[in-house]
Ligand binder design. Sequence first.
Ligand code: NAI
Ligand code: MG
Length: 333
Amino acid sequence: MHTITLIPGDGIGPEITKAVQAIFTAAQVPVQWEEQNAGQTTFDQSGELIPQALLDSLEKNRVALKGPITTPVGKGFRSINITLRQKYDLYQNVRPAKTTEGIASRYTGVNLVLFRENTEGLYSGLEVYDERLGISDSFNRITVEGSRKICRAAFAYAAKHGRKKVTLAHKANILKMAGTLMLNACKEAALEFPQIVFEDKIIDNMCMQLVNKPEQFDVVVTTNLFGDILSDLCAGLVGGLGVVAGANIGDDMAIFEAVHGSAPDIAGQGKANPTALLRSALMMLHHLGEHTHADRIEAALDATLKTPEKCTGDLGGKASTMEFAQAIIDKLA
Ligand code: NAI
Ligand code: MG
């Protein structure tokens, strides 16, 4: 039995979390949940954004499933997601994007995995503002060590999963230092994995190529801000934010969460698609070595997706979040 820290989060978070829990219970997955929340709801109730009890639970269990969290906009509120990623050095943000039968998309044959550096770059939190001059500076901190770790992780993943190519998306032509550092780190990692093809593309061209011919990409690695933007772009290639999974992985802790946010526009209406969080939870099961359970639930999900009327509105169906979950449960073999 694995004990997992469960962070329901804000907005649609609790709705999609309940759906995933129901599917896991029905499939008799050997997981027990330790629920600890963070975010806007927690802040409104307790005055704390990230309670110590959550940190204790994470440090004990080392694996978590997390719903999206609303970070209040404005001074003094640091993003909880970024805080957790930096505090526990969850330096890999892994986001697979794959076209799936039954999920409408303009494309076919997309099957890529994005590796986003998750602790540095423009999300380092190093920002200053000089009120007198009206100038803000946001530091794009990139370290040799951080670049090596994420590039190596992307190649190691490619080698382990039988993938053929790693593409670095960067802006080394303009960001002479930060960009070049990442490019060099990738070239170094490529030497260790001669069986994997390495190529690099400038980020603007990369966006065009992804929209134009996404099936050419296999594993993509990039810095934090570019990765944040590219991952929503990739979601758009394969059916939208309701269906793409993600994982924040460090050397000794992993937090699994969907790419999407708390979707305040549909929160509380039972409309949210639980697929993205479910797929994140399946990545978690693979991480725990529970491959058979993951494959069984994935097969039930894939079978359900082939009947769009049993899915949520974003996939063209009429089902509520829990009706969709029930349809997946009904397909469990
Ligand atoms: P969002 O991802 O919450 O929503 C964008 C659009 O996609 C909305 O129209 C929403 O209805 C739709 N959508 C998202 N997830 C869906 C699902 N599961 N099923 C159906 N439709 C779905 O992005 P937005 O509106 O920019 O951000 C809202 C809040 O979420 C912000 O406070 C932001 O900071 C936070 N956020 C949190 C993240 C996290 O906790 N990892 C990641 C991204 C944003
Ligand atoms: Mg994002």
